[in-house]
Ligand binder design. Structure first.
Ligand code: OXD
Ligand code: MN
Length: 607
């Protein structure tokens, strides 16, 4: 077998060579290209995609080396209903995942992948999740017939020669196979965004394998991301005693020079990227970005929790991102960025809802059609994205690339809740924090399927991403807590809600850069500098301890943000029982105890 450029295969790993040959024999691509990750190769991919109409170049004067892709209208988000965990035993996938019998799924996939790459190039992408040398860094190889996927994997992972060297040195690697499922008949003209109306995103946890068919959307097709770094890695982490979580990671430095690292889990499109790039409104604070979507954490030899960002880029939601809401993201994507499903301005730059107060008078919308402010539909798809390297982020901490990772001092859970949850609350202890994570809820966004706005319980913001039984995930968190307790350095766990609303729909809290005020309180709690107001759901800030200098609040908004109503919390705790019930016998007893304790504390206040 030779590479598409005529060179011989660049690896001596026979298991890899044989697997590539097997997939090629099944999918029958025209050519095979082993990805090196070089600059010339990136340019080759760009040329291929420009020629096919998959991407168009944006104005190089305004946004150098940047491109816009418009997807097929049916291929715009993750497809949770088509996502399967094919564990040997159905009960190991648990009640929150779609399970499929691994043998049946293999036979379905064999049918779908047969000749699925005809007329196309099959790219072989060696990649690393995490910097080489970290105890949790893992290798993978993605096979794909999509140049868009290769280019995006080049931004989001450590892809190419360097990763192949790690595999050559004997590392285990995860097998990830992807096809857009659109073979090209001889002489047929390609479409700009090939995909298939049949979609399967499948995971085989025991054999650490991923097969994805029919979609080129990032969350379904960049297999290093959700499929590997969350679904398969969560299984590896369970088996090996670490954590793979849907979190952002930041380094914060207080005006006094104290450094802390905070990991935070929010469901998709709830502001993780904004939080990861927060521009503090309190003078003297700095926030540095380590990651915005996924954190892998382990207990180090000193009994501390350490974490890395396994990715190297951002695949962020564009709408709502502006110089006001996230200036750092805007500065990050000034060039070398691929935009997907955004609108294009008359001077050939990008635009999306929320980018500017004034809507441009004319745009080409994400369908490629003329758009004016009178048009009924948004110009950019609500889940339109930017893909850009973290190296371009002005607030990137050099630690994003540090194999030793950083010590995690605090963990935050959060969601979009119009009511019920206060601005911030500190859990009573690790076990209570795990309960807050397990029962966290949020209003649905456009990043997945389902009705936008509907309240759903999303344990640890991992509902679409845990590759095994949800109850075992909670038990795993409890067991990590026991190991951390032994070392005496367990991070404190908090819950935040930036999205509380008043009766007229107004947000009670300004959010964005002002979230540093909550970070300030959290860091003071870590240092034992401030007290707290105990409540049925944990410790609330004392009003004077939250720095709100320079903010003005409507009526009782601040009080409402910092207090909880025991009747409302009691109702929420009763409703949270549904998520514990879903986990059935595998819901740890300790979490039912925390639920009972919450109800007991509410009843005490109400009596
Ligand atoms: C994402 C998601 O793209 O969570 O990060 O959907
Ligand atoms: Mn995400």
């Amino acid at each position: 077998m030779t590479n598409s450029d005529g060179a011989t295969i660049p690896t001596t790993r026979t298991d890899l060579v044989e697997w590539v040959a097997q997939i090629a024999a099944l999918a029958r691509p025209d050519t095979i290209h082993w990805v090196t990750g070089s600059a010339e190769e990136r340019q080759m991919l760009i040329d291929v995609m420009l020629e096919a109409g998959t991407i168009e170049q944006l104005n190089p004067e305004l946004r150098p080396d940047s491109y816009v892709a418009r997807s097929n209208e049916s291929d715009v988000a993750r497809v949770e209903s088509r996502t399967f965990i094919c564990s040997e035993n159905e009960r190991d996938a648990g009640p929150t995942n779609n399970w499929a019998d691994p043998n049946e799924m293999r036979s379905t996939l064999r049918g779908l992948f047969t000749e699925s790459m005809r007329g196309r190039t099959m790219y072989v992408i060696p990649f690393l999740m995490g910097p080489a040398g970290s105890p949790v860094t893992r290798a993978g190889v993605e096979i794909t017939d999509s140049p868009y996927v290769v280019m995006s994997m080049g931004t989001m992972t450590r892809m190419g020669r360097h990763a192949l060297d790690v595999i050559e040195s004997g590392a285990d690697w995860v097998k990830a196979v992807h096809s857009v499922g659109a073979p090209l008949a001889e002489g047929a003209k390609d479409v700009a965004w090939p995909c298939n109306s049949v979609k399967y995103i499948t995971h085989f946890p025991e054999t650490r394998e991923i097969w994805s068919f029919g979609s080129a959307y990032g969350g379904n097709a960049l297999l290093g991301k959700k499929a590997f770094a969350l679904r398969i890695a969560s299984v590896m982490a369970r088996d090996e005693g670490w954590l793979a979580e849907h979190m952002m990671l930041i380094k914060v430095t207080s005006p006094e020079g104290h450094v802390k690292h905070i990991a935070a889990a929010f469901p998709s499109a709830c502001g993780k990227t904004n939080f990861a790039m927060l521009q503090p409104t309190i003078p003297g604070w700095t926030v540095e970005t380590i990651g915005d979507d996924i954190v892998w954490m382990w207990v180090d030899d000193d009994g501390r929790l350490r974490g890395i960002n396994p990715e190297t880029g951002f695949f962020g939601v564009a709408p709502g991102t502006s110089d006001q809401s996230n200036p750092v993201a805007m500065q990050t994507m000034v060039g070398n960025t691929v935009f997907t499903n955004v609108a294009v301005t008359d001077d050939n730059d990008v635009w999306w809802e929320g980018m500017t107060k004034e809507k441009p008078a004319h745009l080409i919308d994400w369908h490629g059609k003329d758009w004016t402010p009178e048009s009924e539909n948004p110009a950019a798809h609500p889940n339109s994205r930017f893909t850009v390297s973290i190296a371009q982020c002005p607030t990137a901490s050099p630690d994003w690339n540090n194999p030793d990772g950083v010590t995690i001092d605090a963990i935050i859970f959060g969601g979009r809740r119009r009511t019920t949850m206060p601005l911030v609350v500190e859990s009573r202890n690790w076990q209570h924090g795990v309960y807050l994570g397990a029962t966290m809820a949020s209003e649905r966004t456009a990043a997945g399927e389902g009705t936008v706005g509907e309240l759903t319980r999303d344990p640890f913001a991992m509902a679409p991403f845990t590759g095994y039984h949800v109850g075992d995930h909670w038990a795993h968190w409890l067991s990590i807590g026991e190991r951390l307790a032994a070392g005496g350095h367990a991070p404190h766990i908090f819950h935040v809600n930036w999205f509380r609303r008043g009766d007229d729909g107004r947000f009670l809290w300004p959010g964005f850069g002002d979230n540093i005020r909550v970070v300030d309180w959290i860091v003071k709690r870590l240092g034992g500098e401030v007290g707290a107001n105990p409540s049925p759901i944990g410790n609330l800030p004392l009003r004077d301890d939250l720095n709100v200098d320079g903010l003005s609040f409507h009526g009782d908004d601040l009080t409402e943000l910092l207090t909880v109503d025991p009747a409302v919390i009691s109702g929420d705790a009763l409703s949270a029982q549904s998520v514990l019930e879903v986990a059935g016998k595998r819901a740890p007893r300790a979490l039912w105890d925390e639920n009972a304790e919450t109800l007991r504390l509410c009843a005490t206040r109400l009596s």
